[in-house]
Write a protein that binds this ligand. Structure first.
Ligand code: CU
Length: 458
């Protein structure tokens, strides 16, 4: 095996230092909220005090869409028009406890907050540009007048830094849409958000749960925090701006029916797979699909610029994975952990290597590494290691009500574009929803895994 890769894998193994993170991701990820930026180019901080936008739910729709880890955009009604205020601005986004990106988004969130409206609504979106360069917003899939289409120079003048543009139109469609900057590089900096149009009459069969997920890929070079939008190697993969295991699980009551709306804006197409259930593709970026087109499947290819709505009956209890099935999207590149923190020897029992491991685990703040036992002769087997040192457990660092009751070290199996659909018996579902209302963090495992630095399993 290539020596660089060996060093990297040993670097990854170091996360087994057995240290518990002092700061929980759950503390920060619900704190994204609206706040006008002071001046163009001023980054928003990931942890700002105030009321989270997430607490806002549209009151005039039957089943609001929940976009985990991304807030809803509030509105007020003025003379029968729903008025939203959308602000393009730099955002710091913590996608994992040890990794924060400096990206661009809207209203302090990347992806931008979810807009939810009803078929037939008249909406006004007051758009302010707090970026250091010009931008516009395109309403992807919406049938709007040409001067609302958001293409710079073609349908409108670019909105300059500090400038404002008023978008206003009537929504006659229904379905899953999105908004995004119409600059390619800005798209790759994260400038997208979901735009849900609830139908005048509920779709049949009715769903009890409705979720939204935005797929994004990022090219972030080692030791950097700003995506390289010219790079073609996407090494960080996110659902709604966070990577597993920091993605918030989708909670579904056993016996109910659920819809998940998946939107993709990036450079890759993603085959999204659900465990344990079959689903139907019930809608696209063009709205609701006729039932005659539905067929059972368990993997949906969500191409770039597409939306796919899937629906299923939650028949089987369990914590079921929902993930992109491209193997390299089921993990993130950890080349980021190289550089000055690279371990210089493969002998991980060697004192210098041990102290490097310790320093690295501390600097990253990962709770602990769990890896399954390895064979005594592992190093003699060509190809070893593969996944052996990839599993970073960080249950406590990503704990939140939605993770309550998961088996110990669950987070070691979660990487990249991945989340969980937790199909829960009613009493357990109600218990977790109560924890959520109370804002109680997920209970860490009762007895943390034994701390086992790499090598002790031999
Ligand atoms: Cu993928």
């Amino acid at each position: 095996m290539n020596s660089e890769r060996r060093k990297f894998l040993h670097g990854a193994a170091l996360l087994g230092g057995g240290l518990f993170a002092s700061r929980s991701m759950a503390d920060t990820q619900h704190e994204q909220h609206t706040q006008p930026a002071k001046k163009p180019g001023t980054p928003t901080k990931p942890t700002r005090p105030g009321k989270p936008l997430e607490s806002f739910q549209p009151t005039d729709v039957l089943t609001p869409v929940l976009t985990p880890d991304v807030p809803n955009l509030p509105f007020k009604v003025e003379n029968g028009v729903k008025v939203f205020h959308l602000i393009a601005e730099p955002v710091k986004r913590q996608l994992l406890p040890f990794k924060t990106m400096e990206v661009w988004g809207y209203n302090g969130s990347c992806p931008g907050p979810t807009i939810q409206a009803n078929q037939g609504d008249r909406v006004r979106i007051v758009f302010d540009n707090h970026l250091p360069e010009s931008t516009t917003i395109h309403w992807h899939g919406l049938e709007v007048p040409i001067d609302m289409d958001g293409v710079p120079y073609v349908s409108q003048k670019p909105v300059p830094p500090g400038g404002r543009y008023i978008y206003e139109f009537t929504l006659h469609q229904e379905g899953t849409y999105f908004y995004h900057s119409h600059g390619a590089m800005q798209e790759m900096m994260g400038m997208i958000g979901m735009f849900i149009l609830h139908p005048k009459r509920a779709y049949l069969p009715r769903v009890d749960h409705d979720f939204g997920i935005i797929l994004q890929g990022w090219a972030i070079l080692p030791n950097n925090s700003v995506p390289n939008t010219a790079n073609m190697e996407f090494n960080w993969l996110t659902f709604n701006g966070v990577s597993a295991p920091a993605t918030t699980p989708l909670l579904v009551r056993l016996g109910s029916r659920a819809r998940i709306r998946i939107v993709n804006l990036g450079m890759d197409h993603h085959p999204i797979h659900l465990h344990g259930h079959q689903f139907f593709i019930t809608g696209t970026e063009g709205g609701r699909a006729p039932e005659s087109t539905w067929y059972p499947t368990n993997t949906v290819l969500v191409g770039v610029a597409q939306a796919r709505d899937i629906e299923f009956d939650a028949k089987y209890p369990g914590d079921w994975m929902l993930h992109c099935h491209l193997p390299h999207h089921m993990m993130n590149s950890m080349s980021d952990l190289l550089g000055e923190r690279m371990i210089t020897t493969a002998a991980t029992n060697e004192p210098q290597a041990r102290s490097q491991m310790q320093a690295m685990a501390e600097s990253i703040g990962v709770a602990h590494l769990h890896h399954a036992p390895i064979a005594a002769n592992a190093s003699e087997v060509p190809g070893f290691p593969q996944d052996a040192f990839m599993e970073m457990g960080m249950d406590a660092a990503v704990a939140k009500p939605e993770t309550y009751g998961l088996p110990e070290n669950w987070s070691a199996a979660m990487m990249g574009m991945m989340t969980m659909v937790r199909i829960l018996p009613p009493e357990k579902y109600d218990e977790i929803m109560a924890l959520k209302r109370e804002g109680v963090k997920g209970k860490p495992a009762d007895s943390p895994a034994p701390q086992h630095p790499h090598g002790s399993g031999k």
